[in-house]
Write a protein that binds this ligand. Structure first.
Ligand SMILES: [Zn+2]
Length: 269
């Protein structure tokens, strides 16, 4: 069995300037499953810093259409298509997303990427659309996707069993809701957004943006019996202290293992 690693490429919310937007890779052996891509060309920087070669990414999931999750994909398609044409990329690229999102991605890519690269879509770059509750084989994993029922933009999360038997659940960038219980309960690894500290809620207005604070994220994780909780998709005004402050607040509401990773942090799953 290969060690399985979670690599946080970005941990910030949509408008951050001091870290990258939330996205991550799950590594098993030499291969990576990339989840979201952040808001632009910075994905290439983050991958380079993390030591993840584009040649080792064959599976990408995009949770929803918002710029801070999607636009990095345009760059990945451009760069990977270039490598395909030069004979520097083996195999195909699979992009998982819900059906409407495929249309959005195709439109943006066709409008912004040269035709010779767009042509790789359908030849060696393939969309694999996912439905609510559907399971797909990605790398060696059975990944079950679910609609988080966002009222802002249709968004999917997923849950999967790691090779080490642990349950890993990604809830997207909105707070946990009860209909997600079977996917999230007793997770060994629960990934939940936390826009800011509860005590800073008047400063950042998380609720009107359909986001949670550290407090609510931790209360959900506690009720769900999550063993490890990872908080991400945060504000970035005090990054140097974020880990300390978020952990201090969170520990009042959650008694499992609480992690507040920085960009490029690696976590052994
Ligand atoms: Zn977001």
């Amino acid at each position: 069995m290969q060690p399985e690693m979670l690599i946080l490429l970005g941990t910030g919310n949509a408008t951050v300037t001091r870290c990258y937007n939330t996205c991550f890779a799950i590594q098993t052996g030499e291969e990576y499953f990339l989840v979201d891509t952040g808001g632009g060309n910075g994905i290439l920087t983050q991958l380079e810093k993390a030591g993840i070669p584009l040649e080792s990414i064959h599976e990408i999931f995009i949770s929803h259409e918002h710029t801070d999750h999607l636009l990095g994909l345009v760059w990945l398609i451009r760069m990977i298509a270039t490598k395909m044409k030069k004979g520097q990329y083996e195999g195909d690229l699979q992009i998982y997303c819900h059906e409407e999102l495929e249309k959005t991605i195709r439109t943006i890519v066709e409008l912004t990427v040269q035709k010779k690269f767009c042509k790789m879509i359908g030849e060696r770059i393939f969309f694999r659309t996912v439905k609510d509750g559907e399971t797909k084989k990605i790398l060696d994993y059975d990944v079950t996707f679910f609609d988080i029922r966002s009222t802002k933009a249709k968004q999917f999360g997923f849950t999967m069993k790691l090779q080490n038997g642990k349950k890993f659940t990604f809830l997207g960038d909105e707070p946990y809701q009860e209909h997600e219980e079977k996917y999230a309960e007793n997770a060994d690894w629960l990934l939940h957004e936390a826009f800011c500290l509860y005590r800073d809620r008047d400063l950042y207005s998380p609720y009107e943006k359909h986001h949670a604070t550290v407090k609510e994220a931790c209360e959900h994780a506690e009720a769900l019996g999550a063993k490890n909780l990872i908080l991400y998709h945060t504000e970035d005004k005090n990054l140097a202290e974020r880990k300390k402050l978020y952990t201090e607040e969170g520990k009042q509401y959650y008694h499992g293992n609480l992690l507040v990773p920085d960009d490029l942090e690696r976590i052994l799953l």
